[in-house]
Design a protein around this ligand. Structure first.
Ligand SMILES: NC(=O)c1ccc[n+]([C@@H]2O[C@H](COP(=O)([O-])OP(=O)(O)OC[C@H]3O[C@@H](n4cnc5c(N)ncnc54)[C@H](O)[C@@H]3O)[C@@H](O)[C@H]2O)c1
Ligand SMILES: [Zn+2]
Length: 372
């Protein structure tokens, strides 16, 4: 292990560090102890796919620093498993494994965004909160979902509607784990990277345009650590200003997500999160263009990065999809009293929130991504 990059998330008493590097899981025990986590018990939430590659290493490393009891709990390996029933089963396993308040475990979340979101929520509610560590193993979880403390499950056909704010004590992002990730999942994670560039950082966007995108997709080690650290930095700075999503600042991270989330659920899991968000960013940018907020050049640049990443810009679904998306969008957590809210780009690296946008323009933007 070479020295990891370290991005602190400065949240006062909830401050923590995001460690980014290669082969960090082998040193996990040491890193956990160095973060001041002294537990002797661990509850590791993961899934069979990820565990097959990484669980033994994690266990050995934790046992090496004195963890005496390790319980592994698997959840399904897809978005379909990010639901209330799985959450409930996870809580039941926590209670069954650790019924004694004196033996509260450290919860470790080994996997992608699904494990991180569901597991972080279970850690939030078990005994009103037990410490947890994020161990992201997808590009998406590395650059986005493992940082910031939003944890949730889908419920009643709405993405992330049951959840909490619950910051991890530590994030250990071992980029070597991405070697076993399928190419579709790597592309999916790159959608969030493009998102950060498009609305938070012109420098990152231009770096991707100049060829870093292809190197990222090829998991070039130097580019990977640099880009992941930039994204985590960007997210950390946003979260520090608006931890509880009350000031509108954190909404920037939702670029492409209003239409994207609605599409993700309405498409019956045919799209990964990153794929749905790519299409959502295209639709949102069309909306921004219709509102005169961005020029055609912005649209072309964004679309071309999405295409270069091998991500979709439209989705041909079953009849009735438009109506399902519209219904799902009405339940968006940003909408208030029937007024819609969209995060829209103004130029590369900048954004504005628009409320009460003419629904006819929204409909046009949604329709524009639903045909070939
Ligand atoms: N909390 C947040 O702030 C936030 C931000 C963005 C996205 N999300 C959520 O994240 C979820 C998407 O996360 P995701 O894209 O990581 O998907 P995921 O967790 O479903 O993982 C994708 C697939 O990759 C497999 N996998 C994971 N790591 C692997 C590895 N190293 N080797 C081999 N296979 C591996 C998983 O088993 C799964 O089948 C969505 O539910 C989304 O809503 C949350
Ligand atoms: Zn996202």
């Amino acid at each position: 292990m070479s020295a990891p990059a370290c991005v602190p998330v400065e949240l006062g008493p909830r401050r923590y560090e995001v460690l980014i590097g290669s082969r960090l899981l082998g040193e996990l025990g040491t890193l956990v102890r160095a973060a001041g986590l002294k537990q002797a018990n661990a509850f590791i939430i993961t899934n069979a796919q990820v565990a097959a590659h990484y669980f033994d290493g994690v266990r050995a490393s934790l046992e090496g620093v004195g963890f005496t009891r390790l319980v592994r709990h698997d959840i399904p390996a897809s978005e379909e498993g990010k639901n209330w029933d799985e959450f409930s089963r996870t809580c039941a396993a926590l209670l069954e494994s650790f019924p004694d308040a004196g033996a509260t475990p450290l919860v470790l979340l080994l996997g992608g965004g699904v494990v991180g979101d569901l597991g972080g929520f279970a850690a939030a509610v078990f005994r009103r909160g037990v410490p947890f560590v994020q161990l992201p193993t997808t590009l998406l979880a590395a650059v986005d979902s493992s940082v910031g403390g939003k944890v949730a499950v889908n419920f009643g056909g709405v993405k992330n509607i049951m959840g909490a704010f619950n910051q991890p004590r530590l994030v250990v992002c071992d980029l070597a784990t991405l070697a076993t990730l399928g190419p579709r999942e790597v592309r999916s994670g790159s959608a969030e990277v493009i998102k950060y560039g498009a609305v938070c950082s012109a420098a990152l966007f231009e770096q991707l345009e100049r060829g870093a995108l292809e190197k990222l997709l090829a998991l070039d080690p130097a580019v990977l650590v640099d880009v992941v650290a930039q994204c985590v930095e960007l997210k950390a700075r946003v979260v520090e200003q608006d931890e509880f999503d009350k000031k509108g600042i954190r909404n920037v991270l939702n670029f492409g997500h209003t239409i994207g989330h609605a599409l993700e659920l309405s498409a019956d899991y045919a799209l990964t999160h990153g794929e749905a968000i790519s299409i959502g960013m295209v639709a949102a940018t069309r909306l921004a263009r219709a509102l005169g907020m961005v020029d055609d050049a912005f649209f072309t640049r964004l679309e071309s990065l999405i295409v270069r990443a091998g991500l979709p810009t439209h989705f041909v679904g079953a009849p009735g999809l438009f109506d399902r998306i519209k219904r799902a969008m009405q339940l968006d957590k940003k909408f208030r009293d029937g007024r819609n809210v969209f995060v829209l780009p103004t130029r590369v690296g900048a954004w504005e929130q628009r409320e009460n946008v003419d629904w006819a323009l929204v409909d046009d933007a949604v329709r524009s991504v639903l045909d070939a």
